[in-house]
Design a protein around this ligand. Sequence first.
Ligand code: ZN
Length: 152
Amino acid sequence: MSTARRTAGDEACVFDRIVAGELAAHVVLDEPELLGFLDARPVFAGHTLVVPRRHAATIAELPGRLLGPLMDAGRRVGAAQRQGLGADGTLLLLNDIVSQSVPHVHLHVVPRRRGDGLRGFLWPRRRYADEQEAEAVAATVRACLAGPGAVP
Ligand SMILES: [Zn+2]
């Protein structure tokens, strides 16, 4: 399987090394373009990371055609966690750049149970000062999505 290696200093990307079989991982999903394996430090047992085999540091670098398969893998892993681990539901989470501990795109698939105590992924929240502030923010993002800097 081809992997486009990136190096930071002299060290290959840790997920590239897992994909290449150089580092051990508990693989749960092994497909031509995607690999799913247990997070070594899970939020809950079964917490899985799904990664594209080919290195992409950020979502902007990931070929758009892989986004659907990535989420679909998360859908299937979540269903397996419910079936096999007794989870009630799933948290699908993808940190892009900020809080992204490994600079290789990875989708967290975290099995959830009602009352499991997990808090804080989307906290703290704030409010817009008023509708005008909200509209100004929305207009800025809309303009960038339609502008020359938009990600294809
Ligand atoms: Zn990588």
